[in-house]
Each structure stands twice: as C-alpha cells, then as structure tokens.
Design a protein around this ligand. Structure first.
Ligand SMILES: *Cc1c(COP(=O)(O)O)cnc(C)c1O
Length: 361
C-alpha cells in the first residue's frame, strides 16, 4: 500500500528519509552487528548515538552552553509534575491557561503549592492567547508556565511573553524545531517527542543550569532534573530507540537547511491552508488570526454531521486523521515538519471538492 498523508496530531508523520535510514539500519546498525534496539545503553556505539542526538539538537536550536539538554521519559504530561517539583522554591507558580494541556499542567502544579491561573482564554473557547503584560505575573512567583503552541485548539504565541527576571517555562511539544526560537528567553523548554521529533518515548527538557538543584525533597529520582543532568540522562536505561530516531530527525532538519529553512517550509504549508480558509465561507477557521498555529490548523463546517462526513471521506481519499480533538469537534490538520507540501495541496483540493459536492442547507 502507498503511504498516506497522515494529519495526526501525535504520534504523527516522520520524514520519509528518516524512516528509510532507520529501516536500512534496523537489523544491523553500522558495524555493531546488532540493532540499536538491542544495544546496551552503555556501549560505545550507543554513547555515540546519544551524544550526537544531543549535539545535533543543540546546534539546530542554538541552545546556549549554560543550558542542559535532558532526555527523559513519561511524556510532556510527566513534565507537568516535574516543573513544580523542580522549580517551586517558595511554593508559588503562575500559569497561563490557553487550552487543555496548560490547564492540565496547572492542575498538576496545584498538588504541590500555590499555583495560580493568572490569565485564561477559556471564556473565548481558547480561540486566542490571553493578553499578558509584566503586571499579569506575581513579582515573587517562582516561574511562569505557558503552553507555546496549543495542539488541540490550533493557537500559538506570536511573541515570547516578557516575564522580566521570572523564569519562563514553556511546553513546546507541538512546535519544537518547527522554527528558530531564542532559547535564552526561557528558563525551561520541554517537549514530548512524538509530534515533531521522534516516535513516542522520549521527552526533551532544556533547562538553564542555574535553575537546577532546587528539587523538593520528595521529588522522585526519575523526575529530578539535576540528577538526570548529572547522569547525562543515563541515570537508568533511557528510551534508546526514540533517542536514536530523534538524532535522525534532527540530522534531516539540518540537511534541509536547519530551522530557518524548516520555518520557511512550514509557513508555506500553513499559508496554503489559511489563505484558502480566508478566501471562502464554507469552512470556518475559529481561531483569532493573530494567534494562528503553524502546526495545527483547525476548521469547522458549522454542521457536526458534515464535519463527520468530511473526516470520513477525506480518510477514504488517503488524507488521514483530520477529525478534530474529541473535546472540540470539527477538523484539525496537523502539518508538522514531516508533512510534505503535497499533503497540504491535496487537502485543499479535497476541501474544495467536498464543499462543491455538499452544499449546506
Ligand atoms: C501532546 C501534548 C502533550 C501531551 O504529551 P504526552 O507526551 O502525551 O504526555 C502536552 N502538551 C502539548 C502541547 C502537547 O501537544
């Protein structure tokens, strides 16, 4: 069977050249005589892989030297607990609620201290990012937490919030390595890998060194960033294969020209969809245009039955997983790094055809 265009929000498409390299190396990795899946994580061959994975990610994102890069497990959701456990020195933390994941992160932090939802766009169905100023945040809060790209609603910050000296913590699960970001503006960036970096299994944490060493005493060892940093993410067996895939994905992004080139491609893809959405009135794009995500594009017909028919017929035409998140309905096209522009062109052509064939009552 031919490969389909997979618009899944995550796990999601991986670049074809990466899958082909992985396939070629699957049974016997270089001259090791074994699969990466079978290797000791302490072997020289694997050391080389994990070292290169980190070095390539560092170089792609231009991560400054005073930041550690950790490969952890448990997905971004485990970081919802790691953040307060490692950063709540005085017990105060400010959260911006811009969707479901940021709300989950906030609820997790409530277990550990005085977490406060200082801004929210819930009243507007999370169709935008709440307006933020320096006054939004408590001056003595330990950190400010944001979700930079809201995978479910299809919104994204259009500027890095100014938190002054307060460490800014960002969940970038669904936008990491999609474009350049100034890492130095953040205290911590974390991301589950399965949207843009690798298959599920590894979670990347980028943390400024001066923020390490404040973990609360009850912090489980596996969730302690400093312990992970001191052990080069090898305190226990890391998710070896996912890290190997992350290395291949980062090398692929590098091979096409790095994050500037990646951004250009992603902008072109997103513009194709948004320009079409703006040019007609059959489909509605519910997100405030100022905060449109470049990775997750949401739209509805306004009729739940038509939405259902759309997702089903698109799926039959090889455009998979366009159904919106179960909590919001409608459609969502996740167009991460690995989605080729042909996928988006095919989707727009399908949308036109569907609109013509299914007039609204
Ligand atoms: C997918 C996602 C999560 C949840 O990730 P898991 O790795 O499944 O825990 C959290 N935040 C964002 C922004 C996501 O897109």
């Amino acid at each position: 069977m031919n490969r389909v265009f997979n618009f899944s929000a995550g796990p999601s498409m991986l670049p074809l050249p990466v899958l082909e390299t992985a396939a070629a190396e699957l049974v016997c990795y270089k001259d090791s005589g074994m699969s990466v899946m079978e290797m000791s994580h302490r072997s020289p061959a694997y050391e080389e892989i994990i070292t290169a994975a980190q070095a390539t990610l560092r170089s792609l994102m231009q991560i400054p030297d005073n930041y550690k890069v950790l490969f952890m497990q448990g997905g971004a959701s485990t970081q919802f607990a790691c953040v307060p456990l490692n950063l709540m020195k005085t017990g105060k933390a400010d959260y911006v609620l811009s969707g479901q994941f940021s709300t989950k992160a906030y609820k997790e932090a409530l277990k550990y201290g005085d977490a406060q939802a200082v801004a929210s766009s819930k009243d507007e169905n999370f169709s935008k990012i709440p307006a933020l100023t320096r006054d939004t945040f408590r001056p003595d809060t330990d950190y400010v937490h944001v979700c930079y790209n809201n995978t479910i609603y299809g919104t994204k910050y259009n500027a890095i919030p100014d938190t002054g000296d307060i460490p800014l913590v960002a969940d970038m699960s669904s936008c990491i390595i999609s474009e350049p970001v100034d890492v130095s503006k953040f205290g911590v960036i974390y991301a589950g890998a399965q949207k843009n970096m690798a298959p599920a299994g590894v979670t990347v944490v980028i943390v400024r060194e001066d923020l390490l060493g404040n973990a609360r005493p009850e912090t489980p060892s596996m969730l302690d960033w400093k312990l992970m940093a001191d052990n080069d993410s090898m305190y226990n067996t890391p998710p070896c294969y996912s890290i190997y895939m992350l290395k291949l994905v980062c090398e692929w992004v590098q091979s096409i020209g790095g994050l500037e080139a990646m951004k250009k491609r992603n902008q072109e893809k997103a513009a194709l969809l948004y320009d079409y959405l703006d040019s007609q009135d059959y489909y509605i794009a519910p997100v405030d245009p100022a905060f449109r995500s470049m990775m997750n594009v949401t739209f509805v017909t306004g009729d739940a039955d038509l939405d259902k028919k759309f997702a089903a017929e698109a799926g039959a035409a090889g455009l998979k997983n366009l159904k919106g998140h179960r909590s919001v309905g409608g459609m969502r096209a996740s167009i991460y790094n690995a989605m080729p522009i042909e996928g988006v062109e095919t989707l727009v052509a399908f949308m036109k055809k569907f609109a013509a064939e299914n007039p609204k009552q």
